[in-house]
Design a protein around this ligand. Structure first.
Ligand SMILES: C[S@@+](CC[C@H](N)C(=O)[O-])C[C@H]1O[C@@H](n2cnc3c(N)ncnc32)[C@H](O)[C@@H]1O
Length: 236
């Protein structure tokens, strides 16, 4: 290999300084560090992320924790709105379960596929690229879990969320429409043991009211560590 000339080295140095300055400006502006380094830690595992997926949240780790604390045997999981795959892949890592995941964004699914490979979970994961609102839930899952978009543009959010995909965050015209669609289908199922949702802190009452209107009554709300209503569990 040819040695680099002094000119090449100087050009490289200048280039690196430019890139570093650009990155520092972005980080200063609130651009998430996880997007810069390309990965995030979730429940102790590393997952690839980029601007096409939500950066996994601490609350979602609590969702996993609460599900595992329920101590039931999980053979088959359905993770709806799976994004980078952190929920489904973490459950596949921690249990013997097979996991189906449904996500509409092709770009998010490309990230998820990298995560499936990273964790050598090809034999346990089935990733389905589909719009949730066209997806029929089969009656074969012990656990149906979802952290769908639940914000509206009226909600107070950290300005840094502007770097994350709108479709991962917002459900504007009806903030609980994802839950309603899932509940409509759950109402027809017999074989699940648990449905677990992460929810917006103002949404618990509306979701419970809707579930009860579908004759689903075995339902509970749990708070996150900030004392906000954050999770809903439906037991069969
Ligand atoms: C709040 S993010 C959750 C991602 C991941 N499950 C997590 O907890 O980090 C919601 C995800 O739902 C996906 N999504 C939005 N609308 C959808 C739809 N109609 N069908 C399927 N997925 C959808 C978004 O692309 C995004 O990846």
């Amino acid at each position: 290999m040819n040695n680099l000339s002094d000119l090449d080295i100087n050009t490289l140095k200048e280039h690196n300084i430019l890139i570093t300055n650009e990155l520092l400006t972005k980080l200063n502006d609130g651009y998430p560090l996880q997007y810069v380094v390309g990965d995030a830690i979730f429940y102790g595992y590393k997952y690839f992320v980029n601007e096409n997926v939500l950066i996994p949240r601490f609350e979602t780790e609590q969702l996993i924790e609460q599900v595992l604390n329920k101590n039931f045997k999980i053979n088959k999981v359905l993770d709806l709105c799976s994004g980078s795959g952190v929920i489904g892949l973490t459950l596949a890592n921690l249990t013997n379960a097979y996991v189906d995941m449904v996500e509409v964004s092709h770009e998010a699914n490309e990230v998820c596929k990298r995560n499936i490979k990273l964790h050598h979970l090809e034999n346990k994961i089935n990733l389905i690229e589909q719009d949730l609102f066209k997806y029929q839930i089969e009656d074969c899952y012990d656990l149906i879990i979802s952290n769908p978009p639940y914000l509206t543009h009226q909600d107070k959010v950290s300005p840094n969320t502007r770097f994350e995909p709108d479709m991962a965050l917002y459900s504007d015209e009806d903030p609980i429409k994802y839950y309603k669609y899932i509940i409509d289908q759950v109402a027809l199922l017999n074989n699940y043991k648990l449905v677990a949702f992460e929810i917006g802190e103002e949404e618990a009452d509306d979701i419970i009211f809707y579930a009860k209107s579908k004759n689903i009554n075995n339902i509970s709300v749990k708070k996150d560590y900030n004392d906000k209503d954050r999770f809903i569990f439906i037991l069969k």
